[in-house]
Design a protein around this ligand. Sequence first.
Ligand SMILES: NC(=O)c1ccc[n+]([C@@H]2O[C@H](COP(=O)([O-])OP(=O)(O)OC[C@H]3O[C@@H](n4cnc5c(N)ncnc54)[C@H](OP(=O)(O)O)[C@@H]3O)[C@@H](O)[C@H]2O)c1
Length: 273
Amino acid sequence: MALPPPSPTTTALVTGASSGIGADLARELAARGHGLTLVARREDKLKALAAELHDRKGVRTEVVALDLTDPTARGGLPATLAERGLSVDVLVNNAGFSTTGPVYRSDREREMAMIRTDVEAVVDLCSIFLPGMVERGRGAVLNVASTAAFQPLPGQAGYGASKAFVLSYSRSVRAELRGTGVTLTVLCPGPVRTEFAETAGFTTEESESSLPEIMWLPAAEVARVAVAGLEQGKVVVIPGLANRVGAQFARHAPHQALAGFLAGQHPALKNRR
Ligand SMILES: NC(=O)c1ccc[n+]([C@@H]2O[C@H](COP(=O)([O-])OP(=O)(O)OC[C@H]3O[C@@H](n4cnc5c(N)ncnc54)[C@H](OP(=O)(O)O)[C@@H]3O)[C@@H](O)[C@H]2O)c1
């Protein structure tokens, strides 16, 4: 089994556990008996989830409220865990968000915060925690990309490119880990109703009408399929048949033509030139 068994001295660290897919990934891991280290900025939401997992699943939980764009805060994680006698056996790089709109009207700070969260933090936490996993000969990493990783995404250019980075990076790191006892799976969800759309600046109507209903899955279902895929040692997990078909189409379609078509469809670009 690719997912290491739980133990009192190890933890599953989940970033972006204060909401959406991350909270449900934590619930899936708790249901398998893993102690959880819940990471995000909103401490109150993390504490509520920690109490839920402890009360309902009987697992050890701790909350580390930090901003993943801050390299010093990220770098402090191993010491915080070592103080509690814990090492990270399962790392879930889930935290992420998107900006919307054309880059020529972008907010520079927000664009860079997106890259720091969606790309830099993923790379940094892999660099921080993989050496210990390889030394112990056990561990599992779940990196969260998106079906956006398979295509250009005008209107969310930096986000699409971030997720393409996470997919490419994850495939390569996974191959490097062969024979070490450590595995890595990359999750590519299609659309999921979480706080994601509102954070990105979509209205509910824009978000609902952007993709067909058949592609939308509940966060709990995405998390269930993701952790099952991690257990099975899958390389890429795309929950939902419609999303798997869509990803295949996006991979093989001519990307410049696809970009032109999508630029005419994206809610953040339509009627806003
Ligand atoms: N929803 C979708 O349609 C969809 C589709 C494909 C992929 N995804 C990916 O799935 C992952 C989870 O998204 P979601 O849909 O669950 O969205 P969400 O409900 O908005 O959750 C995003 C999580 O990321 C955390 N986060 C954001 N910026 C952070 C920062 N600087 N430092 C620490 N934590 C930060 C948020 O916590 P705080 O605000 O408390 O910090 C929150 O817990 C993301 O990587 C997203 O790109 C989502």
